[in-house]
Design a protein around this ligand. Structure first.
Ligand code: FE
Length: 335
Protein backbone atom coordinates (compact mmCIF):
# COMPACT_ATOMS: atom_id res chain seq x y z
CA UNK A 1 0.00 0.00 0.00
CA UNK A 2 2.73 2.41 1.06
CA UNK A 3 4.58 1.51 -2.11
CA UNK A 4 1.56 2.20 -4.25
CA UNK A 5 1.11 5.64 -2.69
CA UNK A 6 4.80 6.37 -3.13
CA UNK A 7 4.58 5.37 -6.75
CA UNK A 8 1.50 7.50 -7.36
CA UNK A 9 3.23 10.46 -5.74
CA UNK A 10 6.32 9.98 -7.82
CA UNK A 11 4.21 9.64 -10.94
CA UNK A 12 2.37 12.86 -10.09
CA UNK A 13 5.68 14.65 -9.61
CA UNK A 14 6.96 13.46 -12.97
CA UNK A 15 3.74 14.64 -14.59
CA UNK A 16 4.10 18.00 -12.89
CA UNK A 17 7.68 18.35 -14.08
CA UNK A 18 6.69 17.53 -17.66
CA UNK A 19 3.80 19.97 -17.57
CA UNK A 20 5.70 23.14 -18.35
CA UNK A 21 7.16 25.00 -21.26
CA UNK A 22 9.57 27.86 -20.68
CA UNK A 23 9.10 30.58 -23.26
CA UNK A 24 11.50 33.45 -23.81
CA UNK A 25 9.53 36.04 -25.73
CA UNK A 26 9.90 39.50 -27.20
CA UNK A 27 6.20 39.68 -28.02
CA UNK A 28 4.48 42.53 -26.22
CA UNK A 29 0.82 42.01 -27.01
CA UNK A 30 -2.14 41.30 -24.73
CA UNK A 31 -3.37 38.42 -26.90
CA UNK A 32 -0.45 36.20 -25.86
CA UNK A 33 -1.52 35.77 -22.24
CA UNK A 34 -4.98 34.74 -23.38
CA UNK A 35 -3.46 32.13 -25.68
CA UNK A 36 -1.23 30.71 -22.93
CA UNK A 37 -4.28 30.24 -20.71
CA UNK A 38 -6.13 28.31 -23.40
CA UNK A 39 -3.02 26.21 -24.08
CA UNK A 40 -2.84 25.28 -20.37
CA UNK A 41 -6.51 24.38 -20.34
CA UNK A 42 -6.22 22.18 -23.43
CA UNK A 43 -2.93 20.42 -22.69
CA UNK A 44 -2.23 20.85 -18.97
CA UNK A 45 1.10 22.44 -19.94
CA UNK A 46 1.87 25.64 -18.08
CA UNK A 47 3.66 28.43 -19.93
CA UNK A 48 6.42 30.11 -17.93
CA UNK A 49 7.13 33.39 -19.65
CA UNK A 50 10.27 35.48 -19.64
CA UNK A 51 9.93 38.74 -21.53
CA UNK A 52 12.78 40.89 -22.86
CA UNK A 53 14.07 42.13 -26.20
CA UNK A 54 15.08 39.44 -28.69
CA UNK A 55 18.71 40.60 -28.59
CA UNK A 56 18.78 40.26 -24.79
CA UNK A 57 17.08 36.87 -24.86
CA UNK A 58 19.46 35.52 -27.49
CA UNK A 59 22.46 36.67 -25.43
CA UNK A 60 20.98 35.09 -22.34
CA UNK A 61 20.35 31.73 -24.02
CA UNK A 62 23.91 31.76 -25.39
CA UNK A 63 25.32 32.51 -21.96
CA UNK A 64 23.20 29.91 -20.19
CA UNK A 65 24.37 27.27 -22.66
CA UNK A 66 23.28 23.76 -21.75
CA UNK A 67 21.94 24.98 -18.39
CA UNK A 68 19.36 27.20 -20.02
CA UNK A 69 15.74 26.89 -18.91
CA UNK A 70 14.51 28.18 -22.26
CA UNK A 71 12.50 25.77 -24.41
CA UNK A 72 11.08 28.20 -26.96
CA UNK A 73 12.28 31.56 -28.25
CA UNK A 74 9.60 33.82 -29.73
CA UNK A 75 10.67 36.92 -31.64
CA UNK A 76 8.66 39.70 -33.23
CA UNK A 77 10.79 39.91 -36.34
CA UNK A 78 12.68 37.81 -38.84
CA UNK A 79 16.05 39.59 -38.43
CA UNK A 80 16.26 38.53 -34.80
CA UNK A 81 15.15 34.96 -35.35
CA UNK A 82 17.74 34.59 -38.12
CA UNK A 83 20.32 36.00 -35.71
CA UNK A 84 19.31 33.36 -33.15
CA UNK A 85 19.75 30.68 -35.79
CA UNK A 86 23.17 31.99 -36.78
CA UNK A 87 24.27 31.76 -33.13
CA UNK A 88 23.38 28.06 -33.17
CA UNK A 89 20.92 28.24 -30.28
CA UNK A 90 18.12 26.36 -32.07
CA UNK A 91 17.53 22.75 -33.09
CA UNK A 92 15.50 21.63 -36.11
CA UNK A 93 11.80 21.15 -35.38
CA UNK A 94 10.23 17.89 -36.53
CA UNK A 95 6.57 18.65 -37.11
CA UNK A 96 4.48 17.52 -40.06
CA UNK A 97 1.73 19.87 -38.91
CA UNK A 98 3.96 22.97 -38.99
CA UNK A 99 5.41 22.04 -42.36
CA UNK A 100 1.94 21.61 -43.77
CA UNK A 101 0.52 24.74 -42.15
CA UNK A 102 3.25 27.38 -42.42
CA UNK A 103 3.99 28.36 -46.05
CA UNK A 104 7.58 27.84 -47.17
CA UNK A 105 8.48 31.53 -47.53
CA UNK A 106 7.53 32.08 -43.88
CA UNK A 107 9.86 29.51 -42.34
CA UNK A 108 13.53 28.58 -42.08
CA UNK A 109 14.78 26.23 -44.77
CA UNK A 110 16.53 24.13 -42.08
CA UNK A 111 13.39 24.04 -39.88
CA UNK A 112 15.09 26.01 -37.10
CA UNK A 113 12.16 28.40 -36.90
CA UNK A 114 8.61 28.83 -38.15
CA UNK A 115 6.72 32.09 -38.73
CA UNK A 116 3.52 32.23 -36.67
CA UNK A 117 2.00 35.56 -37.68
CA UNK A 118 2.47 37.93 -40.57
CA UNK A 119 2.74 41.67 -40.12
CA UNK A 120 2.50 44.04 -43.07
CA UNK A 121 4.53 47.26 -42.94
CA UNK A 122 2.33 49.80 -44.69
CA UNK A 123 1.87 53.50 -45.32
CA UNK A 124 -0.62 55.21 -43.01
CA UNK A 125 -1.81 58.61 -44.20
CA UNK A 126 -3.84 61.62 -43.18
CA UNK A 127 -7.11 61.26 -45.10
CA UNK A 128 -7.70 65.02 -45.05
CA UNK A 129 -4.38 66.08 -46.54
CA UNK A 130 -3.41 63.10 -48.68
CA UNK A 131 -5.42 61.41 -51.39
CA UNK A 132 -4.97 57.70 -51.88
CA UNK A 133 -4.09 58.39 -55.51
CA UNK A 134 -0.92 60.15 -54.42
CA UNK A 135 0.42 56.94 -52.87
CA UNK A 136 2.03 54.07 -54.71
CA UNK A 137 5.22 52.59 -53.27
CA UNK A 138 7.80 52.78 -50.48
CA UNK A 139 10.18 54.17 -53.11
CA UNK A 140 7.79 57.00 -54.05
CA UNK A 141 7.99 58.34 -50.48
CA UNK A 142 11.54 59.48 -51.31
CA UNK A 143 10.15 61.95 -53.88
CA UNK A 144 10.64 65.70 -53.14
CA UNK A 145 6.88 65.98 -52.90
CA UNK A 146 7.03 64.37 -49.44
CA UNK A 147 9.74 66.62 -48.00
CA UNK A 148 9.09 67.24 -44.31
CA UNK A 149 6.09 64.90 -44.31
CA UNK A 150 7.30 61.36 -43.60
CA UNK A 151 7.11 59.84 -40.10
CA UNK A 152 8.99 56.72 -39.08
CA UNK A 153 10.65 55.14 -36.04
CA UNK A 154 14.38 54.96 -35.32
CA UNK A 155 16.68 52.57 -37.14
CA UNK A 156 17.03 50.51 -33.95
CA UNK A 157 13.46 49.38 -34.61
CA UNK A 158 13.80 45.87 -36.06
CA UNK A 159 10.74 46.43 -38.23
CA UNK A 160 12.67 49.10 -40.16
CA UNK A 161 15.73 46.87 -40.34
CA UNK A 162 13.71 44.09 -41.94
CA UNK A 163 11.99 46.48 -44.36
CA UNK A 164 15.37 47.77 -45.54
CA UNK A 165 16.74 44.20 -45.63
CA UNK A 166 13.90 43.28 -47.98
CA UNK A 167 14.98 46.11 -50.32
CA UNK A 168 18.54 44.78 -50.23
CA UNK A 169 17.25 41.34 -51.29
CA UNK A 170 14.90 42.55 -54.02
CA UNK A 171 16.81 45.54 -55.43
CA UNK A 172 20.39 45.42 -54.19
CA UNK A 173 22.42 47.41 -51.68
CA UNK A 174 22.69 50.62 -53.69
CA UNK A 175 18.97 50.94 -54.21
CA UNK A 176 18.37 50.22 -50.54
CA UNK A 177 20.88 52.92 -49.56
CA UNK A 178 19.21 55.45 -51.85
CA UNK A 179 15.86 54.65 -50.32
CA UNK A 180 17.13 55.18 -46.78
CA UNK A 181 18.80 58.45 -47.86
CA UNK A 182 15.62 59.62 -49.57
CA UNK A 183 13.41 58.89 -46.58
CA UNK A 184 15.91 60.56 -44.25
CA UNK A 185 15.71 63.69 -46.44
CA UNK A 186 11.90 63.71 -46.26
CA UNK A 187 11.41 63.09 -42.55
CA UNK A 188 8.91 65.31 -40.74
CA UNK A 189 11.07 65.12 -37.60
CA UNK A 190 13.94 63.15 -36.15
CA UNK A 191 12.73 59.58 -35.64
CA UNK A 192 11.07 59.29 -32.22
CA UNK A 193 8.69 56.94 -30.44
CA UNK A 194 7.15 53.69 -31.64
CA UNK A 195 4.80 52.96 -34.54
CA UNK A 196 1.74 54.15 -32.60
CA UNK A 197 3.44 57.49 -31.95
CA UNK A 198 3.83 58.01 -35.70
CA UNK A 199 0.06 57.60 -36.10
CA UNK A 200 -0.53 60.09 -33.29
CA UNK A 201 1.88 62.47 -35.03
CA UNK A 202 -0.19 62.29 -38.22
CA UNK A 203 -3.30 63.29 -36.28
CA UNK A 204 -1.34 66.09 -34.61
CA UNK A 205 -0.33 67.46 -38.02
CA UNK A 206 3.39 66.80 -37.57
CA UNK A 207 3.56 64.74 -40.76
CA UNK A 208 1.24 63.38 -43.43
CA UNK A 209 2.39 59.80 -43.94
CA UNK A 210 3.91 57.17 -41.65
CA UNK A 211 5.52 53.79 -42.17
CA UNK A 212 3.92 51.43 -39.62
CA UNK A 213 2.86 47.84 -38.97
CA UNK A 214 -0.83 47.22 -39.61
CA UNK A 215 -1.65 45.66 -36.24
CA UNK A 216 -0.81 48.90 -34.43
CA UNK A 217 -3.44 50.61 -36.58
CA UNK A 218 -5.88 47.89 -35.50
CA UNK A 219 -4.93 48.11 -31.83
CA UNK A 220 -5.54 51.87 -31.81
CA UNK A 221 -8.66 51.80 -33.95
CA UNK A 222 -10.39 49.23 -31.77
CA UNK A 223 -8.58 49.94 -28.51
CA UNK A 224 -9.77 51.19 -25.13
CA UNK A 225 -8.26 54.65 -25.39
CA UNK A 226 -10.77 57.23 -26.59
CA UNK A 227 -8.04 59.53 -27.91
CA UNK A 228 -6.41 56.68 -29.86
CA UNK A 229 -9.75 55.83 -31.43
CA UNK A 230 -10.28 59.49 -32.30
CA UNK A 231 -6.76 59.65 -33.76
CA UNK A 232 -7.54 56.80 -36.09
CA UNK A 233 -10.60 58.54 -37.56
CA UNK A 234 -8.17 60.77 -39.46
CA UNK A 235 -6.01 57.96 -40.79
CA UNK A 236 -6.11 55.68 -43.83
CA UNK A 237 -4.09 52.55 -44.55
CA UNK A 238 -2.33 52.02 -47.86
CA UNK A 239 -0.64 48.80 -49.01
CA UNK A 240 2.38 49.88 -51.06
CA UNK A 241 4.13 48.26 -54.05
CA UNK A 242 1.03 46.52 -55.37
CA UNK A 243 2.23 47.06 -58.95
CA UNK A 244 5.74 45.84 -58.21
CA UNK A 245 7.30 43.74 -55.43
CA UNK A 246 4.31 43.60 -53.08
CA UNK A 247 3.92 44.96 -49.55
CA UNK A 248 6.72 44.02 -47.16
CA UNK A 249 5.80 41.23 -44.77
CA UNK A 250 7.56 40.47 -41.52
CA UNK A 251 6.88 37.61 -39.14
CA UNK A 252 6.67 36.85 -35.50
CA UNK A 253 8.29 33.45 -35.25
CA UNK A 254 9.37 30.68 -32.89
CA UNK A 255 12.13 28.11 -32.57
CA UNK A 256 13.03 25.32 -30.13
CA UNK A 257 16.17 26.01 -28.12
CA UNK A 258 18.97 23.48 -28.66
CA UNK A 259 19.33 22.68 -24.95
CA UNK A 260 15.59 22.61 -24.25
CA UNK A 261 14.56 20.25 -21.42
CA UNK A 262 10.90 20.18 -22.53
CA UNK A 263 11.22 19.82 -26.27
CA UNK A 264 7.99 17.91 -26.84
CA UNK A 265 6.03 20.50 -24.89
CA UNK A 266 7.77 23.22 -26.86
CA UNK A 267 6.73 21.66 -30.15
CA UNK A 268 3.17 21.22 -28.86
CA UNK A 269 3.20 24.89 -27.88
CA UNK A 270 4.37 26.10 -31.30
CA UNK A 271 1.89 23.79 -33.02
CA UNK A 272 -0.86 25.19 -30.83
CA UNK A 273 0.10 28.74 -31.85
CA UNK A 274 -0.19 27.70 -35.51
CA UNK A 275 -3.58 26.01 -34.96
CA UNK A 276 -6.70 27.52 -36.48
CA UNK A 277 -8.01 28.60 -33.09
CA UNK A 278 -4.84 30.44 -31.99
CA UNK A 279 -4.35 31.92 -35.45
CA UNK A 280 -7.84 33.41 -35.38
CA UNK A 281 -7.06 35.00 -32.02
CA UNK A 282 -3.86 36.53 -33.36
CA UNK A 283 -5.92 37.93 -36.22
CA UNK A 284 -9.02 38.99 -34.31
CA UNK A 285 -7.52 40.23 -31.04
CA UNK A 286 -4.15 41.57 -32.22
CA UNK A 287 -4.88 42.25 -35.94
CA UNK A 288 -1.91 40.25 -37.17
CA UNK A 289 -2.32 38.23 -40.36
CA UNK A 290 -2.55 34.47 -39.81
CA UNK A 291 -0.08 32.09 -41.44
CA UNK A 292 -2.65 29.27 -41.27
CA UNK A 293 -4.93 29.76 -44.25
CA UNK A 294 -7.87 28.13 -42.47
CA UNK A 295 -8.00 30.96 -39.94
CA UNK A 296 -10.53 33.71 -40.48
CA UNK A 297 -9.35 37.29 -40.09
CA UNK A 298 -11.14 40.09 -38.24
CA UNK A 299 -13.66 42.43 -39.89
CA UNK A 300 -11.10 45.22 -39.70
CA UNK A 301 -8.50 43.22 -41.63
CA UNK A 302 -11.20 42.24 -44.11
CA UNK A 303 -12.10 45.91 -44.55
CA UNK A 304 -8.54 46.66 -45.65
CA UNK A 305 -8.98 44.08 -48.40
CA UNK A 306 -6.65 41.60 -50.01
CA UNK A 307 -3.25 42.76 -51.07
CA UNK A 308 -0.17 41.51 -52.86
CA UNK A 309 2.54 40.44 -50.42
CA UNK A 310 6.26 40.48 -51.05
CA UNK A 311 6.79 36.70 -50.99
CA UNK A 312 10.57 36.81 -50.87
CA UNK A 313 11.66 34.01 -48.51
CA UNK A 314 11.84 35.61 -45.07
CA UNK A 315 15.07 33.85 -44.12
CA UNK A 316 16.84 35.66 -46.97
CA UNK A 317 15.59 38.97 -45.60
CA UNK A 318 16.67 38.06 -42.07
CA UNK A 319 20.22 37.40 -43.26
CA UNK A 320 20.66 40.99 -44.49
CA UNK A 321 19.98 42.51 -41.07
CA UNK A 322 23.57 43.60 -40.37
CA UNK A 323 23.90 45.26 -43.76
CA UNK A 324 20.64 47.12 -43.19
CA UNK A 325 21.86 48.46 -39.84
CA UNK A 326 25.07 49.64 -41.52
CA UNK A 327 23.12 51.47 -44.23
CA UNK A 328 20.93 53.21 -41.65
CA UNK A 329 24.05 54.37 -39.81
CA UNK A 330 25.68 55.49 -43.03
CA UNK A 331 22.77 57.71 -44.08
CA UNK A 332 22.36 59.10 -40.55
CA UNK A 333 18.74 57.92 -40.22
CA UNK A 334 18.46 58.95 -36.56
CA UNK A 335 20.26 62.30 -36.83
FE1 FE B 1 5.24 45.07 -32.50
Amino acid sequence: MMRAIGFTLLFALVLEASGVVNVYSHRHYAVDKKLYKIFKKETGIKVNLIKASSAELIKRIEKEGKYTKADVLLTTDVGMIELAKSKGIFQPIKSKFLEKTVPEYLRDKDKNWFGLTKRARVIAYNIDTVSKKELSSYEALTDKKWKGKVLVTKSAEVYNQSLLSSFIVTGGEEKATNWAKGIKANMARKPAGKDKDQLRAIAAGIGDVAIVNTYYVGQMKNGRSFSDRATMEAIGVFFPNQETTGTHINISGAGIVKHSKNRENGIKFIEFLASKKAQEMFAQVNYEYPVNKEARVSDLLKSWGNFKEDKTALFKIGKENKKAVMIFNKVGWNR
